[in-house]
Design a protein around this ligand. Structure first.
Ligand code: FES
Length: 173
């Protein structure tokens, strides 16, 4: 028998305890599930939107989403582990993507990366201890004319200079 909307709302009224998921976040996640639970193939969308809410995908949240979408945990987990856009570990409040493509490399992006890494004590592929920044390297961002390029959250910055980047990042608390 198919779950009715009321059933799953009732079943999901007890939220798993998780230090990174606030009450309001659970409300938002419930809404995301409610909006998509009758749409076939919506699991990627639900995972992406839920990750936007929390910043990453705690396993407790994957269980919750599985139940909400009425899908086996293994298939939701399988999707989440297949795509690199999903993360099971907490990300920083600001994700910095550094373009290591040829045009950016030639124009000195490595120095920019080293300066950020040294100043904020965050290695490539990791998150600073205070969870302020996550540092990721990517291949060509498709904006070679602006090289060297970095993306901070939703902001794309071109012609980035290693002696200016720290001042710029101070605006991202
Ligand atoms: S190489 Fe960096 S944007 Fe293309």
């Amino acid at each position: 028998m198919q779950q009715q909307k009321g059933d799953w709302h009732m079943a999901l009224s007890i939220k798993p305890e998780h230090p990174d998921i606030t009450e309001q976040m659970w409300v938002d996640i419930d809404q995301i599930i409610a909006d998509h639970r009758n749409t076939p193939g919506a699991v990627i969308t639900v995972l992406r939107m839920s990750q936007d809410v929390v910043g990453y995908l705690p396993l407790e949240m994957i269980d919750y989403i599985s139940y909400g979408l009425n899908l086996p945990r293994s298939s939701v987990y399988g999707v989440a582990s297949f795509y690199s856009l999903f993360s099971f570990v907490p990300k920083g409040r600001h994700v910095i993507k550094i373009c290591m493509g040829t045009a950016c490399y030639v124009k000195g992006i490595k120095e920019v990366m080293d300066r950020i890494s040294y100043t904020f004590k965050v290695a490539e592929g990791e998150t600073s201890e205070d969870r302020r920044f996550s540092l990721e390297s990517v291949r060509c961002l498709g904006a070679c004319g602006l090289a060297p390029v970095i993306v901070i959250g939703h902001d794309t910055l071109g012609d980035v200079k290693s002696d200016k980047i720290i001042d710029i990042l101070e605006n991202y608390q």
